[in-house]
Design a protein around this ligand. Sequence first.
Ligand code: OOG
Ligand code: MG
Length: 262
Amino acid sequence: MALDEKILDQLAAHLENCQLKREDTPKVTDTYPDMSWDDAYAVQDRILASKLAKGSQIAGYKAGLTSHAKMKQMGVTDPVFGFLVSEYIVPEGGEVKVSDLIHPKVEPEICFVTRTELKGPGCSIATVLAASDVVLPGIEVIDSRYRDFKFDLKSVVADNTSAARFVVGGRAVDARSVDLRTTGVVLEKNGEVVALGAGAAVLGHPAAAVAMLVNHLGRRGKSLPAGSLVLSGGITEAVAVQAGDNVTLRVQGMGSVSVRFT
Ligand code: OOG
Ligand code: MG
C-alpha cells in the first residue's frame, strides 16, 4: 500500500458519500497520484464493508472496461472489477429514478450465473463455461461519481467501477448451449437502435471477462462463490439516459430485458 489506512478510510467515505448525496467529485488520483492498485481495491473493499454493515447484501460481481468500445470511450487500457449490492437490483421492466443518480448511462451486457465455486489462478474460458449454470441479458446502469465521467483506472476501481443499478432478465439459457462470441446484442432507447454488437467484443469471449475476474479474486486470496451473478462488461459504448427514456436490450436467443428511467 502506498497510502495509509486513514486516507483509505477517508477516500472510501468520500466516494460513498458522493454516491449517497448524488454529488460528483474530481478523481481521487488528482489528490493522491501515488495511489497503488492495492490502495484502489482497498478503497473499494471499504465501500463494500460499509454497505454490508448497513444491511446490504452482495448481489453479484462485475467486470468492466472489457471491450475496446468501452476502453476507447473512457480512454483506458485494462479491465477492472467491482461488486453489486442488493439495492442496485432493478426488477425486469422496472424503473430507475434519475434523480437518485448523478449522470447515468446504460450498457448492454451478457451475465453469467455460476453453479460451482471458481478459484484462480489459472481460470480459463473453459473453466468458466464448465462452472456456469446459465447466461442471460443484463442492462447495467453505471453512474461514475467522477465529474463528467473523467477518471483513470485506479480512480474508477476505488469508485467500485461506477456501479449503480442493474437489471437482468429475458430468457436464461445454458451457458454451454450457445456460442457467446457470435451472440448478437441490440440496445434500443425509446424504440430506436442506439448500439449493437456481438459477444466477442468482450475480450474475444464474454467468459474471458469472468475468468479474469476469478484470477483477480485469486490474487487477492478470494474466490467467486457458487451461485454468483457476474456482469461480464459492456459490449458497446455506454449510452447516456435521462428521465423519460425506455431502454430495451435484445440478445440473440435470450429474449429481451427493459428498464425505464423516470
Ligand atoms: C466504468 C465501468 C465500466 C463496463 O461494463 O465496461 C463498465 C465506467 O465506464 O464508468 O461497467
Ligand atoms: Mg458494465
